[in-house]
Design a protein around this ligand. Sequence first.
Ligand SMILES: Cc1ncc(COP(=O)(O)O)c(C=O)c1O
Length: 391
Amino acid sequence: MIARKIADQMGRGSMIRKMFEEGNRLKALYGADQVYDFSLGNPDLEPPRAVQEALCRLVLDKRPGLHSYMSNAGHESVRQAVAGRYSRLSGLPVTAGQVCMTVGAAGALNNMLKALLDPGDEVILLSPFFFEYLSYIDNHGGVAVEVPCDRDTLLPDLAAIRRALTGRTKAIIINSPNNPSGMIYPEWLLRELDDLLRAQDHVITVLSDEPYAELAYDGNQVPSTLACLSQVVVCTSWSKTLSLPGERIGCLIVSPRCQDHGLLIQAAVYCNRVLGYVNAPALFQRVIEEAIDAKVDISQYEKRRDMLADVLLEAGFKLEKPQGGLYLFPHSPDPDDVAFAAACARHRVLLVPGSGFHFPGYVRLCFAVKESVIQNSAAAFQAIAREYGLC
Ligand SMILES: Cc1ncc(COP(=O)(O)O)c(C=O)c1O
């Protein structure tokens, strides 16, 4: 009864979903505290106090229309607050008219892909990438063109991107700090990407998926994509920086330097409506306005990153500490990363094979988990390392 395409896609399933199901099976068998689940990217810190207080105030707010429909772009005052923040971050004069509030970063990406793609238009993805991009591109009739990052640096390979460009290339999705690699794309790389794209004979729009942009460690800064790229739309959310993934609140910002930027934002707002989102959740738009400069205590994530990295390094795994995001991306000691993930599951350690991000030979572990999970997993990692002759 359901569409063949969806039946096929559901049959294949995502590797994260499979790990999730395996995790539930193991937790039922051994008890939740005996399973070391690093598979899901669900931030486990609670939202900052500023968010909770804003929410309490707003729930009791007597102003009429708090829960009403509004412009499809979102409340004007909220968009002003977002524009102000991005003006400060980029040094560019961003206005409320360039901002559209969305249903998470996923909603922002879907709005933009719908706004940009004619059937058969190509979208470049830089592997490793967040696997849902494939569905989002397919949703809007596009064709994904995969370009692997450099295997040594895990940074985008500009020469390979140049080779992948065609007359049908409409967009490129970038994601920094990256899920899953944790790499922050440096400013020089963004500027060279800009030069490369501007040298083409047609417009190619960069969709910069930035939900992890505030999660940078060791004093690293994430360069502003609005400052470094001209034809860019920022697609982002407060899912990770304010620990609000379930509230589905995000936004997109069309750079004032984009060609036809007025038309582009109008199209994005129109797509917000016709995709059925209509507008971003009303109450949480107001929360964002009131807590625009808040963020979770990232020192806690930094500490867990260090703890988990130490556990893995001591066991003999090979990895670079990620500069940002919520994930470690060590080399798989078995070239077959899917087999390695299955072996880890036998030790009740759940992680996601790099193949799930179209980058085999690695595995992804989310460190946004309780410290006790990391501490208690050490013996299991030692046992896995012995099995693979790492120690
Ligand atoms: C790279 C990346 N992009 C987009 C999303 C979706 O974000 P949101 O939940 O805000 O829609 C995620 C969620 O994990 C992600 O990791």
